[in-house]
Structures are given as structure tokens and as C-alpha cells.
Design a protein around this ligand. Structure first.
Ligand code: BG6
Length: 511
């Protein structure tokens, strides 16, 4: 099989809860192998898959990068990365030794044709010695500027197709473009060389257990779906708050900003999974069809329906934090936003008129991500001692991280008193299951090796999301920026964000 197309999975729930399968033997070639992502996320994820016996025999890794390393140096760097970042520590020596036998370093620069010719020969040799059957995953973990060159070189050297009987797939890291036009260009470049069925655009939020559980929660339970609509829902708030600033990624971040870095991908994924209709099957096309429909139903977002912020000096949990403009790699007069809040409407039969508020920011007081569905208030006063406006509405909060779980808030009588107070029903993964969840990259790497692209972004999906957000970027670029910095590190964002939601008679949840 050459095209890497997933076999459709029969039934949504069986598939969503499916047992792990073991992929066919294959080689993962990582471009940008000397970078941070490889040693912080990718190889620790692969090591954990090995630890859980989920990798096929003969599984191999080839790191492609410019540095003057050899196999031994590369293995040592990765071992240190796994020791520092793996969810299971310390590293089991015997296991590492056998895993590391399949790790190789390929020194070449991305624009050197000879490097790809040597790569082809090397992969053929690995197929012969380790029985990897011509099956390959190319992983682009480089800065995005290098993608077009690597893709074109892979095509030019015939590495987009596997030898007889094997498959070839390519995983492309975010950011996938920086606006609609560049995303379209990149799609054209990729699809000139690979078929869509071979392309896996990664968004690591889709690999998080809590995010996958959104579909199970919605579609494996009978009691929520009937109220999951405009008749019962007042509004939805999606928050991804981070307590860290930009750390050592100022150079990248200052060209991106929160809208590109978080909203276009991670928050959009949370939004589409929350708002989508039940798919007809749990397979890559059926699920992604429904997500794309949500994006197409969203009305253009006016710039007045957005708030942007940038943090100044402050402190987070007692730790002093320098202002964004003082971070390394950031322009001293930077206009880049580190906080975004926006409101949008999904104008379809299910959601017409229900606002979805999204917010994400860096250097906020806590790291917390959640989706909160707030239901309409009760219609009329019944309990004389408590005015109806004092009865808090029901809220279903799906906590993505940390303290993963789901909470339902409802009103209850205070014993012995004529008072009503909100209480919660709580589900926590930790207490209910007591096992550590796999890391997002474990699931996604395995899915790609299995040829299942359900949890990856399709071409039309990535373009639809840029189509929605590019006008905001354009209007921000054209209009004068707000007076940045406009929030102190360690606070919940600019005052304008509170005023923005207050104008609708609502408030951000306190997290
Ligand atoms: C990345 C962004 O995609 O996601 C980072 O580039 C952000 O800026 C990170 O910090 C958040 O991921 P997580 O899994 O820590 O919530």
C-alpha cells in the first residue's frame, strides 16, 4: 500500500475506545533532530511507546540535522532528553539499550540534494537489516521556513513513495502557515508531492486524552446531547491559560502571537469538537467533515469582537516575571499579542445566537485549560429568599488540564437554612482511573504509524480556520495597537477583556 490511507474504523465508540494495535515495522525520520521538540517530546513519546510494548519489532528512528554528530552522540543527547522529559523515569537501561540500537543520525543540510540521496540509501539499508518493509514516517520538526525545501527534496528523490509494498507518510508540525494565503501555498507544495492521505498535520491538543474524551462524553452518553444546543445553552467559554511567559521562544513567538500560536489551532480544535454534530462514523473523514462544517458556519469575526493584550512586568505565583518586551528575541516596541479574547457565533440550527467566548494568554496566574458550557437560568422566581438572579446557572466544565476531569455545577439547599448555594458533581481522571494518561505525542505518533488520521488536521480544515482568523490579523495589523503592555504578568489579562464580556451581561469564569 502506497497511499497511507486509513482503514475506516467501524463504530464510533468501539473506535474511540479501541484497544491499541501495533503498527507495522517502520522508520521515523525526524527532520530537525537536534532541536528541542525531538528531545523534549518526540523521543520521550517513542520511548514510552517502547516501554509499553506498542512499537513494532525493528522500529527505527533516523535523525536528520546539520550538526556534526554521529549515532553515538545523537543517542546520548536523546537519552538525556528522555531522562529529563519522559513521563516514566528513570529510564530502564536494558530497554533503552535495545531501543537505542534502532536510532541513527543522518548529518545533512535541508537544501543539500546529496544528503537526500544518502538518506534514501540509508533507509534502504535499514529496511534490509531491520526489516522495516519500506514503511516510513517523515516528521517535519524544523522551523516552518524549511518545510517547502524538505518537501520538494523528498519528492525529487522519490522519497514520497515507498518501495513496493511499503507506505510513506509525512507529519507536519504547527505552525501550518501564518495566514490563509501562506497555508494555501504550503498545502499546494505538500500536495504536489504527497497525497492528502499521506499527510498528517499535527495539533498536539488532539492527542490529549481529555480532548479525545470530549467525543466520548458527548456521543457515548444519552443525557447530554439533548441539551447541547441553543435551547438550553446560554454560552460557552473556552480558556487556555498559561502561567509561563514566552521563555526562550521569543524569536519565534514575536512573529506569531497568541492568535496564531494558540487560537488558530488548539482553541479552534476545542471549539469544533464541542460544537460539531455527531459524525456518521468515527473515521478520519466523517469526523473531520463535521469539524469543517462548524468552521464554515462561523460568522466573520469583527475586530470589535476581539481583545488583544500583551503582558508587562509582574509576578506569577510569587516569581518575578519580566515584561514581554524585555524577553530575549522580542522587539522592545513589539506589537505582538500575548493574550487574545474573542467572541464568535456558530450560525447553524444547533447554535444560532449562542456566543462562544475564547481566551488564551501567557503569564496568567495559573495554567488551566477548560471548556465550560453554561446553561440558561431558571425562568422564574420560586424561592422567595433567593432572587432568581442570585441562583447561579448550571455549568458543565470540562477540564482539559491540569486536574483533568468534568464538573457539573448545580444549586442546592443549604441544610437547616433557607438558602441556596451552588455545589458540584465531580469526575476526576486521577481518582476514577488511577493511571497516568499517555502524552499527546504518544497517541499521535502511534496513530500516524497505524494510518489513522482522525486526530490530525485536514487540508480544508486548516484553510477554513485561517479563513476565519486572517481578517482579524489584517485588521490588527492595519489599526493602531492598544497601549501595550496592557496587563501585568500574573493577572487575568487586560481590563478590556473583562469589560468586553461584561457588555453582554456575562463574566469570565474564575479559574
Ligand atoms: C504550543 C504553543 O503549540 O502549545 C506554546 O506553541 C504553548 O506556546 C503550548 O505553550 C501549550 O501546550 P500545552 O500542551 O502545554 O498546553
Amino acid at each position: 500500500m502506497n497511499d497511507g490511507v486509513a482503514t475506516p474504523l467501524e463504530n464510533p465508540l468501539r473506535a474511540g475506545l479501541r484497544l491499541w494495535r501495533t503498527p507495522e515495522p517502520c522508520t521515523v525520520v525526524i527532520f530537525g533532530a537536534s532541536g528541542d521538540l525531538t528531545s523534549r517530546k518526540l523521543v520521550p513519546a517513542l520511548y514510552n511507546l517502547a516501554r509499553e510494548r506498542r512499537l513494532p519489532g525493528g522500529f527505527s528512528v533516523v535523525g536528520f540535522a546539520r550538526r556534526a554528530w554521529d549515532d553515538a552522540t545523537f543517542r546520548q543527547v536523546l537519552l538525556e532528553g528522555v531522562n529529563a522529559n519522559s513521563r516514566a523515569r528513570p529510564v530502564e537501561e536494558a530497554l533503552w539499550a535495545s531501543f537505542a540500537e534502532g536510532i541513527f543520525y543522518h548529518r545533512a543540510s535541508f537544501d543539500d540534494p546529496a544528503g537526500y540521496a544518502r538518506l534514501a540509501a540509508r533507509l534502504a539499508a535499514i529496511d534490509a537489516t531491520r526489516d522495516t518493509g519500506g514503511n516510513r514516517v517523515f516528521y517535519l520538526a524544523t522551523p516552518p521556513e524549511a518545510y517547502p525545501e524538505i518537501i520538494a527534496q523528498l519528492g525529487a528523490h522519490g522519497l514520497n513513495r515507498s518501495p513496493e509494498g511499503g507506505w510513506t507518510r509525512i507529519i507536519i508540525e504547527k505552525p501550518f502557515g501564518r495566514d490563509l494565503e501562506s497555508a494555501r501555498d504550503l498545502n499546494r507544495q505538500v500536495l504536489a508531492v504527497f497525497d492528502e492521505g499521506q499527510v498528517y498535520r499535527i495539533d498536539h491538543y488532539l492527542g490529549k486524552e481529555t480532548v479525545q474524551n470530549l467525543l466520548v462524553f458527548r456521543f457515548a452518553n444519552g443525557i447530554f446531547e439533548p441539551i447541547w444546543n441553543r435551547r438550553y445553552v446560554d454560552h460557552v467559554q473556552i480558556t487556555v491559560a498559561e502561567s509561563l511567559g514566552v521563555e526562550d521562544r521569543g524569536g519565534y513567538y514575536d512573529r506569531a502571537g497568541a492568535l496564531r500560536d494558540m487560537i488558530q489551532n488548539h482553541l479552534t480544535q476545542l471549539l469544533t469538537l464541542t460544537a460539531m454534530e455527531p459524525p456518521v462514523a468515527y473515521d478520519a473523514d466523517a469526523v473531520r467533515d463535521e469539524k469543517v462544517k462548524v468552521l464554515r458556519a462561523i460568522q466573520p469575526i469583527a475586530s470589535e469582537a476581539t481583545v488583544r493584550g500583551q503582558y508587562g512586568p509582574g509576578s506569577v505565583s510569587g516569581r518575578p516575571v519580566r515584561g514581554y518586551r524585555d524577553e530575549r528575541g522580542v522587539a522592545p516596541d513589539s506589537q505582538t499579542e500575548t493574550y487574545v479574547a474573542l467572541k464568535l457565533f456558530v450560525e447553524n440550527w444547533r447554535w444560532a445566537g449562542v456566543p462562544f467566548y475564547l481566551r488564551s494568554g501567557k503569564a496568567l496566574p495559573r495554567r488551566v485549560s477548560e471548556i465550560a458550557v453554561q446553561f440558561r437560568r431558571v425562568p422564574t422566581l420560586l424561592f422567595a429568599s433567593t432572587p432568581v438572579n442570585d441562583i447561579e446557572p448550571n455549568v458543565l466544565a470540562i477540564r482539559i488540564q491540569p486536574d483533568e476531569g468534568i464538573t457539573l455545577k448545580f444549586s442546592s439547599k443549604v441544610p437547616g437554612q433557607a438558602q441556596i448555594r451552588p455545589v458540584t458533581m465531580d469526575f476526576r481522571y486521577g481518582t476514577s482511573f488511577g493511571v497516568a494518561s499517555p502524552e499527546a505525542y504518544e497517541r499521535l505518533l502511534l496513530d500516524c504509524m497505524l494510518g489513522d488520521s482522525t486526530l490530525f488536521t485536514r487540508r480544508d480544515e486548516v484553510e477554513a480556520s485561517w479563513a476565519l482568523l486572517t481578517p482579524i490579523l489584517e485588521s490588527w495589523a492595519a489599526g493602531p495597537a492598544q497601549a501595550f503592555p496592557n496587563y501585568e504578568a500574573g493577572t487575568w489579562g487586560p481590563a478590556a477583556a473583562d469589560a468586553f464580556i461584561a457588555r453582554d451581561g456575562r463574566a469570565w469564569r474564575r479559574l
